[in-house]
Design a protein around this ligand. Structure first.
Ligand code: TRP
Length: 325
């Protein structure tokens, strides 16, 4: 009985994956949903990306937490009051650990609720945190951000602090960002906080390099999507016939990653066949960069006021602390 239920879930997950892939590949221009980057191999590759010199985002945000943790705690809990710390897209917790350890050392009472699309990442995170910070009270939740947002019970008397780090907001379209942040606002109470990590507009060459590293790790990460589709959806992409190509538009702030078809080709996915022309792009991800003014407009549009903008010494990145008004 249990087995049947599990199989049904697996089958329907696969059906959704297939449907989303086919919808994307039948669109003009072609797209693939970026949430499928993160299988086991994708998680490991993204881990490597975060360690690259070119991918300055992680180090910048780490520096902000390390240098300004005292002020962060002061804003979250000015009188030592307890809170729920809910993190969307927690990943491996490399940066968040700095805060978790500091908060505990200051004897603040809080429950850490990491949310991620990748169960694999959450399992790893729970294991490391149990070992490294045994006193931490942790309750992981797996799912798509929007699904989990619906599931999150907000019937709590405790203060809620939401973390949305790593410039994950940049992966949303402007409409999705407004919807997501307004939804968060609707689910929390006046005075609750959201700390959002956002990559700033800067030298276009610096941005482009972050998505086109010398060692080709980012290329491998992008191409892994095709390998995953082959494995899970009975497809026959030849990843060698595609090239990772990122491009940055300083006007819109969008850094887009794409896979370019190197030849005219047909790809079979399940029972469907997709035609790709030579040099035709498949759009995979957008990583939007913001100006401080754009961040302030976004906060106001979604029902928040900004209490502080914490930046790294190079001014590459900002962790903006918002208060629900
Ligand atoms: N959220 C990350 C970002 O936008 C994901 C990412 C890093 C990524 N490098 C990438 C996505 C390359 C696609 C391709 O910065």
């Amino acid at each position: 009985m249990i087995e049947t239920l599990e199989n049904t879930t697996i089958t329907s997950k696969k059906a959704v994956f297939l449907k989303e892939v086919l919808t994307g590949l039948n669109s003009v221009p072609k797209t693939l949903p970026s949430k499928y980057f993160y299988d086991k191999i994708g998680d490991a590759l993204f881990q490597q990306i975060m360690e690259l010199d070119e991918y300055y985002l992680t180090q910048a945000e780490f520096e902000i937490f390390d240098q300004q943790k005292k002020q962060i705690l002061q804003e979250f809990s000015p009188n030592g009051e307890s809170f729920n710390l809910v993190e969307f897209g927690a990943g491996d917790g490399y940066k968040t650990k700095v805060l978790l350890k500091y908060f505990l050392s200051q004897k603040v009472d809080f429950e850490y609720i990491p949310i991620d699309i990748s169960q694999n990442a959450l399992d790893g995170l729970k294991k490391t945190l149990n070992q490294e910070i045994p006193d931490l009270n942790i309750t992981p939740m797996q799912g798509d951000y929007f699904q989990v947002l619906d599931r999150l019970s907000h019937a709590t008397s405790k203060k809620n602090i939401i973390l949305f780090l790593g410039s994950n907001i940049g992966n949303f379209s402007p409409t999705e960002s407004t919807k997501f942040l307004s939804q968060i606002r609707a689910d929390i109470n006046m005075g609750d906080h959201l700390m959002i990590g956002i990559d700033l507009k800067k030298d276009p060459a610096k941005i482009l390099a972050a998505y086109n590293d010398q060692d080709g790790i980012t290329a491998e990460f992008n191409l892994n999507l095709l390998h995953r589709i082959n494995k899970e959806l009975d497809a026959n992409f030849n990843p060698e016939q595609f090239k990772h190509y990122p491009f940055y538009n300083p006007i819109t702030g969008e850094c887009k990653s794409s896979l370019i078809s190197l030849q005219d080709q047909e790809v079979k996915i399940g029972n469907s066949t997709i035609h790709l022309s030579q040099w035709e792009p498949i759009h995979t991800e957008v990583s939007r960069k913001f100006s401080l003014k754009e961040i302030h407009d976004l906060a106001a549009r979604c029902g928040f006021c900004i209490t502080s903008d914490l930046s790294d010494r190079h001014g590459y990145f900002v962790d903006s602390i918002w208060k629900a008004v």
